[in-house]
Each structure stands twice: as structure tokens, then as C-alpha cells.
Design a protein. Sequence first.
Length: 265
Amino acid sequence: MLPRKTILTIAFVAAAGVAAALAPPNDAKDAKAKPKESKEPKEWTSGIVWPEPRVIDPGSPTVPPSDSVALFDGTSMSKWVGGDAWEVKDGYTISRKTSIKTKDSFGDCQLHIEFATPAEVKGTGQGRGNSGVFMMDRYEIQVLDSFDNKTYFDGQCGAVYKQTPPMVNVCRKPGEWQMYDILWEAPRFNAFGTLDRPAYVTVLHNGVVVQNHTEVFGTTGYDHPPKIERHPGRGPIQLQFHGNPVRFRNIWVRDMAPLVGKKPA
């Protein structure tokens, strides 16, 4: 019989061998045999080759962007047909006698315009501080003193006239300066004169969105429903005289053209 100490030694060695056989593989060796996958995401690209966006100076609240066209800078109405009928004083112009329109024509564009309805309140409804900004000489964004002045909703300030009311009324008090920033997408007609895509307009009134990519259903008349009329891709901007001495200042416009990239073959 083997001594007790020898038996214990043999049992210990055997147990150690079994434990080694059952142990998981060495991490370092396993890593060499099977590399770990990277956790960094792989970048996706569209494959479209884009031109570099132009660099422009954005200007300031009183200075327009460097690529804009000044339609009224506070000194002259020379950019307007009929502009000599309006009074110019103290950096603004006052509507009177007749509606006016730009000598130049515009298609898709961004229009900035500041206006003030008369400080002395006269009239009610549509007879109070009434004017309008007509895109392409036929699609009106209403100008009206809508501060505590009830009228039909699709005829109040910020409306696409007789079509779509503004989402909210953000009119300032009579006599205070207000502003529109209008993003205009002109309608598209095909070679047969049929409408391919309607006009759309986004309007910010005093910095607040009141029209958000709103479809324009056609011309905006007082006495008839919207009409689809084929016309050139560019047209003048009209400022309406509606019998009220509405003031305007700091009017500028800039063309909007999306970047066109080259798609992969």
C-alpha cells in the first residue's frame, strides 16, 4: 500500500489536470486566432457629388444678404414701375395713388419686406391698413391691420388671400413696424400649358411661421375663385395701394436655387 502522503499528492495532481482540461481557452490566444470586430460604425455616403455651396455675407437686421437685390433701400423707388407716385421720406415709402410693381421679374425667391399700417386707426375690417404683396403679380399675401380688428380669416394679415388664413395672428399694434419673410416657389407649367406643380409659399410674420409650405391654388381674387393661369416662370412683385397709407421699408429679394449634384451611375 502506498503511503498516505503519496496518495494525496496523486489525487491533487489528477484534480488539477481535470480542472485545466475544463478551463475556458486562453483569451490572448483566442484573440490571435479570431480578431475582434471593430465597434466603430461604417460611414454611409450617398455617392452624389455635390458642388460646393457659395459663400455669402448674411448681412444684419439692417443690411441685406450680399447676394440679394435691394428693391428699396430707403432712398429711391427707381426699381419700381409707378414708384414715383409713392412718397419717400425718413427711409421709408408711403403707398398712395396706385399699386406698383418691380421692373425686374422673379421666380423662386426669398423676399424680405417691412411694413407699418397707419398709427391713426380709421375704418374696420378690410378698410383698415389694407395693402398686399403680390408674388408674380397675381398671388397675394395679405397686408392688413389685424390687431384687434375682426375680418374674414382668409383675408387677415398673413393670409394667402381668400385661400388660406395664417396659422396664428402675430400683428403688432397700428403704427409699429412689422416684417414678412416670404419663401416663394413658383408654379410649374408643361409645354402644353398644363399645371405640373402648384406654387407653394412659406411666410414668417414678425419671425413667426404663419404659412408653412402652403399650396397656392391659383390666382387670389376678391370676386372669383382661384384660377390656374399659365404664365412665365418669372414675374414682377406687386405692392398694392388699397386706399390706406401703409408704409414700407427695407425691401430686398434673392433668388432661390437648389444645389444640383451628380448622381452615381
